[in-house]
Design a protein around this ligand. Structure first.
Ligand SMILES: NC(=O)c1ccc[n+]([C@@H]2O[C@H](COP(=O)([O-])OP(=O)(O)OC[C@H]3O[C@@H](n4cnc5c(N)ncnc54)[C@H](OP(=O)(O)O)[C@@H]3O)[C@@H](O)[C@H]2O)c1
Length: 316
């Protein structure tokens, strides 16, 4: 299948990129710096990765950049057949078009193979890596994730409208520059956090107090607004699905108690598993899950429709 990844240069995003490519998917990544060492070392690590990765340079905060990335990814998704193979190759500049690959869709849901799936793993920058550090003074707009998500929703909605036969009214330049058709409803999977939105009620009271009274509140406010943006868009009729993934504290890499094969578990909230709402169960204060396990869950959620419309809380 084809995935549009926003946040590929980050710690969880690069794990999603690596996992997706390892499973045989093709990726369009919207990145601010295509020469990022994370990307270059991943491309160098395995023959064939470069062919299945299309980098679009730009910012998720720029609607035009997002539109370019969404159109590129939609063209690649549309060219993916039901077996997960894609039919067209990169153009001469290597910028867009589909790539050649075979999916390893182990959940058997072939319908997702030519579905456009967007995964976002953005994180606002802080003045240091401490979760209590202040937002970066020049590179951390308060609604960075929300405004980026709104741009993605808008670009997907424009594409859906353009591909809908009932609303389609070709413009003069469309013969030479056709809008890629969406054959299935697109899906946005967003990496949020336990404590955002309705999951606040499942957060340990000490963590809740930390979020409310430290700089962590800025990031959680943005996550909560992202979640509302997606739910509101669907409630207002946007033709898309979403999955909101809310992990507890993230652990890096392998070692120091991190199992590289760890499988993220969905926390039982008490009444309805996987929705992140209802019930009164609280996640333990020291709970954590590895970025690798979360990355695998995000790609699983792209391949399957099991969590569509839900907001699972992830623990180890
Ligand atoms: N840390 C935890 O314990 C924890 C727990 C639960 C949930 N989470 C959530 O997990 C998510 C991912 O975290 P992470 O640590 O994997 O992220 P990360 O490594 O900090 O990566 C952040 C990504 O966001 C991009 N980005 C940052 N500021 C940007 C801006 N102004 N404009 C455009 N792109 C920007 C970065 O791109 P550049 O490379 O171009 O800067 C990078 O790709 C976050 O939303 C976080 O809240 C974290």
């Amino acid at each position: 299948m084809h995935i549009l990844l926003i946040g590929a240069t980050g710690r969880t995003g690069s794990a999603v990129l690596s996992e997706s490519l390892a499973r045989g998917h093709s990726i369009t990544a919207l990145v601010r710096d295509p020469s990022s060492s994370i990307l270059t070392s991943l491309i160098a690590s395995t023959p064939g990765y470069k062919q299945r990765l299309t980098l679009v340079t730009g910012s998720p905060l720029n609607p035009l950049d997002v539109s370019t990335a969404v159109k590129s990814a939609a063209a690649a998704a549309a060219a993916t057949n039901s077996d997960g193979n894609t039919n067209i190759e990169k153009n001469e500049s290597g910028q867009t078009n589909a790539t050649i690959g075979t999916t390893n869709n182990n959940n058997g849901n072939k319908n997702n193979n030519n579905r456009l799936v967007v995964i976002t793993t953005l994180n606002a920058r802080r003045t240091s890596d401490s979760p209590f550090a202040a937002p970066h003074p020049s590179d951390s707009p308060p609604r960075m994730m929300t405004d980026s998500t709104a741009n993605i929703v808008h670009a997907l909605s424009s594409l859906s409208a353009a591909s809908s036969p009932s609303s389609h009214c070709p413009k003069e330049d469309e013969n030479t520059n056709p809008t890629p058709a969406l054959s299935t409803r697109p899906k946005i999977i967003t990496l949020s956090a336990l404590g955002a939105g309705s999951s606040s009620q499942h957060t340990h009271c000490i963590i809740r107090a930390m979020v409310a009274h430290t700089n962590m509140k800025h990031q959680y406010a943005d996550h909560t607004a992202v979640e509302a943006c997606l739910r509101d868009a669907v409630a207002a009729g946007a033709d898309l699905d979403f999955v909101i993934v809310r992990p507890t504290r993230l652990l890096d890499g392998v070692g120091a108690g991190v199992d590289k094969n760890e499988v993220a578990k969905v926390f039982e909230t008490g009444t309805d598993t996987g929705t992140g709402g209802g019930g009164s169960a609280t996640v333990g204060m020291m709970a954590a899950v590895s970025r690798l396990a979360v990355a695998r869950f995000l790609v699983d959620a792209a391949e399957s429709d099991r969590y569509d419309g839900q907001a699972p809380i992830l623990i180890s």
